[in-house]
Design a protein around this ligand. Structure first.
Ligand SMILES: O=C(O)CCC(=O)C(=O)O
Length: 393
């Protein structure tokens, strides 16, 4: 596979593609999962803080704040458990000992410079990430051990975007793919669901803003990188407005309450100083946009969608049979998949901290969640952005 061609395909794809013979020259591909875990445990005598949830779920997606931590050796991820899934994921590759990340870069995809901005994901069966889209970049995923199921939907799919839990760079949706109570919420999207089972050695290209629900089918490891794109600067303004609205709504709200609105990995300071800093950033971004200037930033951003449709099609044709579009999932198969997942739904499911909150606190959380989800809805934020841009132009 010619890395230069692959690079053009990645930067111009408007549909997800599976790549079969990129052949990354990574040491982990010459190891078994057990050997890789041994190498990790040898270098890390301490246990790993795996996060996870019960395999039975409630009516809502299992958000990150519901996860509890369990310390285990890395090799324990390969021992099946019936009641809980575990995951040590969404971490930078620098956290891995050198023998576990030897040779990892994205050269065979046409990006030799990408070797640090790499994230790893390790999970047991049923570990999953609730359905969301990434606000920045194009995602290239490489499966190393185990299989993972990827459900993908186009940006215009009729899912319900929510900004609770808030995480800059991810927009989640309300629909619960893991343990749905019913099929009802999925009827609006059932004709737009794409699916691929990612197996070791396969890579996946996820174009900007495609929704994805990802679930581990057996103990698995994969790496990915988000390639920053020139078009990401459009999302910077929206994310900045969203952050400001949240800072305002969460001002003076106790941590006990905000911890149910903001993702644990996200920092949302609401001090006068930090709000004023967000305003300054927003004004800077708006002015740059009004003057049609590129935002200066030390982040690498690649041009994208520069190839005419025919040229792109020809490139993909030349790379047959190693690059294939991810296929539409037949409506019946999607129905079966969701109905299988319904078996995980436990109507008596209680998340870990509901018991620790008073009725008033629970009400406040519900009220704020509603406000955030309405005020920060991506369409509403786009409208605010347009008004702000017109206002002083
Ligand atoms: O592998 C997962 O669980 C989620 C991956 C993901 O969301 C991503 O790569 O953007």
């Amino acid at each position: 596979m010619d890395p230069a061609k692959l690079k053009h395909i990645i930067l111009n794809a408007r549909h997800p593609y599976v790549v079969r013979n990129a052949d990354p020259d990574w040491a982990c591909f010459r190891q078994s999962f057990a050997e890789w875990c041994e190498a990790f445990d040898l270098a890390h005598p301490d246990c790993v803080p795996f996060e996870g949830c019960p395999v039975k779920g409630g009516n809502h997606p299992q958000w990150e704040w519901e996860r509890t931590k369990v310390k285990m050796k890395m090799r324990d991820i390969c021992t099946p458990t019936d009641t809980r899934w575990n995951s040590f994921s969404y971490r930078n590759i620098a956290l891995l000992p050198e023998p576990c990340r030897r040779g990892i870069n994205f050269a065979c995809f046409g990006f030799p410079e990408v070797e640090q901005d790499v994230t790893f994901w390790i999970g047991s069966a049923q570990a999953h990430t609730p359905c969301h889209y990434d606000t920045y970049g194009c995602n290239v995923v490489v499966q190393v051990f185990g299989r993972k199921s990827w459900i993908l939907l186009p940006p215009d799919a009729k899912l319900t975007p929510v900004r609770v839990p808030f995480e800059e760079s991810s927009v989640y949706c309300e629909e619960n793919f893991y343990s749905p109570a019913s099929y009802g919420p999925f009827t609006a999207v059932e004709d737009k669901v794409y699916h691929v089972m990612l197996e070791p050695g396969m890579a996946l290209i996820v174009p900007p803003k495609w929704w994805h629900y990802v679930e581990t089918l057996e103990p698995a490891l994969n790496f990915n990188t988000w390639l920053g794109l020139e078009t990401d600067v459009d999302s910077l303004i929206s994310e900045c407005i969203t952050k400001l609205l949240l800072q305002d709504l969460c001002n003076d709200v106790p941590e006990k309450v905000t911890s149910r609105l903001i993702n644990p990995n996200e920092d949302l300071p609401t001090t006068e100083e930090s709000v004023s800093e967000s305003y300054q950033i927003l004004n800077y971004l708006l002015n740059q946009r009004r003057n049609n200037k590129r935002q200066s930033s030390n982040l690498r951003r690649y041009p994208c969608e520069y190839l005419p449709v025919e040229a792109f099609g020809q490139l993909v044709d030349e790379c047959k049979p190693f690059i294939k579009p991810v296929e539409l999932l037949d409506r019946c198969d999607f129905n079966n998949l969701i109905n299988r997942n319904r078996a995980r739904n436990d109507p008596s499911y209680k998340d870990k901290i509901s018991d620790e909150l008073t009725v008033d606190e629970l009400e406040r959380i519900a009220r704020l969640r509603k406000m955030v989800n309405v005020c920060c809805k991506p369409d509403v934020v786009k409208l605010i952005e347009r008004v702000l841009l017109d206002e002083t132009s």
